[in-house]
Design a protein. Sequence first.
Length: 350
Amino acid sequence: MQLLKRLCEAPGISGCENPITDIVQEELQNVCDSVELDRLGNVIALKKANSKEGCPQPKKVMLAAHMDQIGFLVKSIDQNGFIRFAAVGGFDPKTLVAQRVAIHGKKRVIGVIGSKPIHVLTEEEKKKALEMKDFFIDVGLGKEEVEAIIQPGDAITFDRDFVQLNDQAVTSLALDNRAGVYVLIEAMRRVKEHQVDIYAVATSQEEVGLRGAVTSSYAIEPDFGIALDVTVAMDTPGIKEEEKVCVLGKGTAIAVMNSSMLAHRGLYQFLKDLAEKNNIKYQLDIMERGGTDAGAIQKSRRGVISGGISIPTRYIHSVVELCRIDDLEASIQLLVSFLENVHLADFYNL
């Protein structure tokens, strides 16, 4: 879990992915034939087919795991040194209360997210749900001191560590989607005989509109695309039994549908067959809200046979995201099996 810890704790909000980009490039350079960084900040690694039996021109498989995390940008600094901020990605405001953050200015500065104290709230204010505009960041310095090291546009991330809770569960900020990046890197290490060219892409700016997947898939022009991401684990208190689509501990999640994509039916059937043949625990993921990079890949150029492999995760878009190691392992195993066997698939007859 040391690699996953390193990935989760590296800052990299959408558009400011450089620290996490460096780690991903370093890891993929050891296991791929080439690694490059494109203009939008996508890391694109190529692992060439090592067997071309009856296939002089290998098909291209694109794997996309977005490496950006949700976060904030400094918007303004008021006369007392308090910082107002803009969200980068989707937030539930209630997750912001009393959190500690890191501001990546001329140097890293720790601050706390504050709001109007409960002791001075009116009865009407107590009934009102907090909104983003109600929060500010306090670094304990005056305006001039703050402006000497922080300016509008500086990135802000939560200040939380990766923790392994027991022999299976881990919790951290940014498991969405450093868990997917971890699966990507581990699969590239393990895959052996494969008759396809594998493009392992750590995409940028997914949290603000699948942007990196748009440009990278256009450049690669893949035959097949798989998005590696987290999906909502619907197994916590308050969720109705009939709504529990994906849960922790029941294996990897094979995407059938999300708000950005309907998976190619032949592809997800092929993934199901591989999982059953290899005794890999899996569940089917039908997510009515939230999209993945597969939605962008699928629509690239003339269209791409696309689907997804996801890791069930609780408390997504918070600082305590939680997943299981065995679900991560099942995702890696299924992805490796897919890469080693995809050349055999006839997706249109599945």
